[in-house]
Design a protein around this ligand. Sequence first.
Ligand code: PAF
Length: 282
Amino acid sequence: MPLLFRKIKELRNHLNTLRCERNFSLGFVPTMGYLHEGHKALIKRSRLQNEVTVVSVYVNPTQFGEGEDYERYPRDLDRDMAVCEELGVDVVLAPTDEEIYPQGSKTEVYVRELSEVLEGKFRPGHFKGVATVVTKLLNAVQPDRAYFGEKDYQQLKIIQRLVRDLLIPVEIVPVETVREPDGLAYSSRNVYLSPEERESALSIYRSFLLAQEMINQGESNSAIIKEEMERFILSHPHVKKIDYIEITDPELNPKESVERGDRILVALWVGSTRLIDNWKVG
Ligand code: PAF
């Protein structure tokens, strides 16, 4: 079993003791738990590239808006510990709220502009919560490398920017989205979907294939591609609402004409579940 720490001080003492014994590179995988194949890919990459891997499991309240799924977000630390053991994780940090947000906390981290587009428009405050907790976790663990999935592409871009802007000495390693065999991206929120809703959720991946096919056939007009994607997605019965379909360059600047390497980003509601996904244009 990996060592489990609830307190940052204890984690730091442990890592300091290890450092006195030997030199090692430290990989860090921050998660909100309920680990799935997507997380496993992050952990495996960290294990490949580092001698020691720390995984954090913390459902961060400040990145959930009012009326969002903070309370019902799936939690199962025993299961997460078993997954971490199976993958050879050395240490799990599962801090309490008080450890992360000591009473009287007044400091927040906010990445301007990047936090205001796409997800930021629909989830105000979300990225301030993410940027703040990731900064705290990076300070707590002080890893050489930290691993983030491309599934949350905007989050990845914000974290790359914040470590650059705040001079945090860590390499951010992006890891490709892991999909189920039928194309649905792994997400902890997939557990909310009924089988019928899951079928409608597949429209996201299939709309990416549709867009890619249009691009392969020579279509480069973003507006036309987005319109076709929207029409296709909305033909699925359980899709309640599309928050956005956007085509951007890799830095999230909107594009009118699509090229290889651009990103197509989608957020939508299937029943009462909000899903996001994105696609790198090939
Ligand atoms: O991607 C997530 O699971 C979370 O946003 C993160 C990075 C662990 C911060 O709470």
